[in-house]
Write a protein that binds this ligand. Structure first.
Ligand SMILES: *Cc1c(COP(=O)(O)O)cnc(C)c1O
Length: 471
């Protein structure tokens, strides 16, 4: 196993022995978000890496690369971990909602819905995907700090709960919903004023955030809504950020939210739901040590129950919105190794056939990843290389200074834990088509997103007649 070391710390990349241990840890179904590899990662009889009973090298041959691979068993296990932990640790009703911005597709929606979870969507596209993927409208909440009138109309027509984020939402909804027979079911989002240690782009709980009402405004918002017949304020929402390993901020959040719940109920709002957001981090490299889903839920559920009982509040239904910790470790990406550039005494670049268009996290957040060769996952990492993408950007590097066995063009590289915020944040930079995604399960692979073709990228181009080349 090779681990992407931060260029700044220059730490030594661990090698083969740890890989075997990591695969064994992969068998620990109790804490799926703590593993680098999907739960079903195994070595086949030839020593090749297989996931979901399918050899990754063969997947690359059949479906081409770059290829997103999603392990159904891992995804189901993380869903169950949330469901069971909530049932075990929270004394009232609870529901985990999948934050679908992490990876939105019909297949993932269908899997998550079949495991009994709900879903959070933030655009018409995510909402339509959720509804068509079979997620019941009553289990969907609709977020966004700048929802359009069309998006709000879609949400209320379909009976989806709307998370009010700002006064603009209130104004738009008062126009769209005031004539309706049934009020719109709402959660009110506010910024709880909680700091946590994560990348500043994915922090949302501190006061200087574009999301949600300022806590100082919450009372006047709730008072205003008490006079709106179209509004049914059935809960509160806050979310403190993403890829968080600490538990303390979530515990603090429970107290802040219970206080807000007390206020909202005192103003006559039913507020049956308390939605504490998502944010649990996952392990991308061996040194990451996130809490397990069970630990996270135990702390959050315990803190909410305690904060409510201290204030003699009837227990709300507890909602949480995990994204990354549900899907990240279920996914991996396969690339084919191509050219190599050796700069003597400096660095060796190994280029693969994807990059920042299928995984923008390294260039955006300096994120680290772990990779192995699909057909020789335990081979000793003898070469120190930097794995670069094929885009016209020097920063298009997927893994900095990692140890890999000697490679040749055509070798297949598997990068772990790419199930969240990879496909979802992907682009067509350099007019590179989006990869296909396959779902693996019990030795069978099924395409769940077709590979885009270069011609597809011309679909929305229009060439004005006067610019047509004269022949
Ligand atoms: C991004 C987001 C989530 C999910 O965050 P993760 O870190 O992926 O668990 C949940 N709720 C809201 C409102 C979000 O913006």
């Amino acid at each position: 196993m090779v681990t992407s070391a931060s260029p700044a710390t220059d730490s030594v990349a661990p090698v083969a022995g740890e890989a075997a241990a990591a695969f064994e840890q992969g068998l620990d179904h109790l804490s799926p978000n703590r593993n680098l590899a999907p739960l079903t990662a195994r070595l086949d009889a030839l020593g090749r890496l297989e996931v979901g009973g399918v050899a990754l090298g063969e997947l690359a041959q059949t479906y081409g690369t770059p290829l997103y691979v999603i392990d159904e068993e891992t995804l189901r296990a993380t869903c169950r971990a949330y469901r069971l932990a909530l049932a075990g640790h929270y004394p009232g009703d609870a529901l985990a909602l999948y934050a679908s911005k992490a990876n939105s597709s019909l297949a993932i929606t269908a899997l998550v819905a079949s495991e009994g979870l709900g879903l959070d969507a933030v655009s018409a596209g995510e909402l339509l995907t959720a509804l068509q993927g079979g997620m019941p409208a009553e289990r969907i909440v609709f977020h966004g700090n700048n929802k359009s009138a069309e998006e709000l109309q879609l949400a209320i027509d379909r009976g989806v709960t709307v998370v009010l984020d700002n006064w603009n939402d209130i104004e738009l909804l008062s126009t769209l919903a005031s004539g309706r027979a049934k009020p719109v079911r709402l959660l009110v989002r506010f910024t709880p004023g909680i700091e946590c240690h994560t990348h500043e782009y994915i922090r949302t709980g501190h006061l200087d955030s574009k999301f949600g009402f300022d806590p100082d405004q919450l009372e006047s918002v709730l008072r205003h809504l008490a006079g709106c017949p179209w509004a049914l304020v059935d809960g509160l929402h806050a979310h403190i950020g993403s890829q968080i390993f600490e538990l303390e901020p979530h515990r603090d959040l429970a107290a802040v939210m219970a206080e807000a719940l007390l206020l909202a109920r005192s103003l006559g709002h039913p507020c049956g739901d308390l939605n504490v957001g998502g944010g649990l981090g996952i392990r991308y490299v061996g040194s990451d040590d996130p809490p397990s889903i069970q630990e996270w839920v135990r702390v959050v559920a315990g803190a909410v129950a305690e904060a409510c009982s201290q204030r003699q509040l009837v227990l709300p239904r507890l909602l949480c919105e995990p994204g990354r910790s549900l899907v990240a470790t279920a996914g991996l990406t396969l690339y084919t190794v191509g050219s190599r550039k050796q700069i003597p005494g400096l660095r060796t670049y190994l280029s693969v056939d994807g990059g920042m268009s299928d995984n923008p996290r390294p260039i955006t957040y300096q994120s680290l990843y772990t990779a192995v060769l699909a057909n020789r996952p335990l081979a000793e990492g003898t070469d120190l290389v930097t794995v670069a993408g094929k885009h016209c950007e020097s920063g298009d590097v997927l893994l900095h200074d990692v140890r890999l066995p000697a490679t040749a063009p055509g070798d297949v590289l598997a990068v772990f834990a790419t199930g969240a915020y990879n496909a979802a944040m992907g682009s067509n930079y350099n007019r590179i088509p989006r990869p296909a995604a396959v779902l693996v399960h019990d030795g069978v692979a099924e395409v769940v997103q077709r590979r885009e073709q270069p011609e597809d990228l011309l679909r929305y181009d229009v060439l004005p007649h006067r610019l047509l080349p004269v022949s």
